[in-house]
Design a protein around this ligand. Structure first.
Ligand code: VGL
Length: 190
């Protein structure tokens, strides 16, 4: 069975020091790079998503006017072309086969909302390449990782979330997300 690794939003703004920095973000980036370096041949395809928002509008209410609630409204983050939208420096990017960008003018948590530079949706790309199983890692456990894993299940892929290779915005919502993913059929594994 062909498999892909999906590296979700390992970007400067989601790591410590970034606009929406998550505790453990830099460590997760480094740990994903170890996986990539040591086990890249485990995967037929390595995908990375990036949040890629417009800088001249609120991206469908995704950027807060005033105080963000950190649930549906957020500080300005991952504006296309800025340093905050770059991959975290710890992430080995040379083994990424395909990048998908999401969130241009809209809130987009799932990598399955992302498209390649030729405009192909992630699910179509995976199916075209014969991929049936995906491993999901990245940031943030309780938002974009959660949404990506749930969408992957809905799209019919066999899905695993790799332990130690994801970091969340908040403890409680991350724990809830793990339960939700497992209930939906995501295998939580090492
Ligand atoms: C994310 C909050 C807002 C994420 C993106 O990558 O998990 N979280 N936008």
């Amino acid at each position: 069975m062909k498999s892909a690794l999906i590296v979700v939003d390992v970007q400067n703004d989601f790591c410590e020091g970034g606009a929406l920095g998550v505790d453990g973000g830099h460590d997760v980036a480094a740990a994903i790079s170890i996986l990539l370096r040591e086990q890249a041949n485990r995967y037929d395809l390595v995908i990375a998503s990036r949040d890629w928002h417009d800088g001249d509008n609120d991206n469908g209410g995704h950027f807060a006017h005033g105080e963000p609630d950190y649930v549906t409204t957020w500080p300005v983050h991952c504006v296309a072309g800025t340093e905050g939208a770059e991959y975290a420096p710890e992430l080995l990017t040379d083994l990424i086969d395909v990048e998908v960008l999401k969130g241009q003018g809209v809130p987009a948590y799932s990598a399955f909302e992302g498209t390649t530079d030729s405009g192909e949706l992630l699910a179509d790309l995976l199916r075209d390449r014969g991929v049936e199983a995906v491993d999901v890692v990245g940031i943030a456990t309780d938002y974009c990782v959660r949404a990506t894993a749930l969408d992957a299940v809905s799209a019919g892929f066999s899905v695993r979330l790799l332990d130690g290779l994801h970091a969340g915005v908040a403890h409680e919502s991350s724990e809830a997300a793990l339960v939700e993913m497992e209930t939906a059929g995501v295998e939580l594994t090492v």
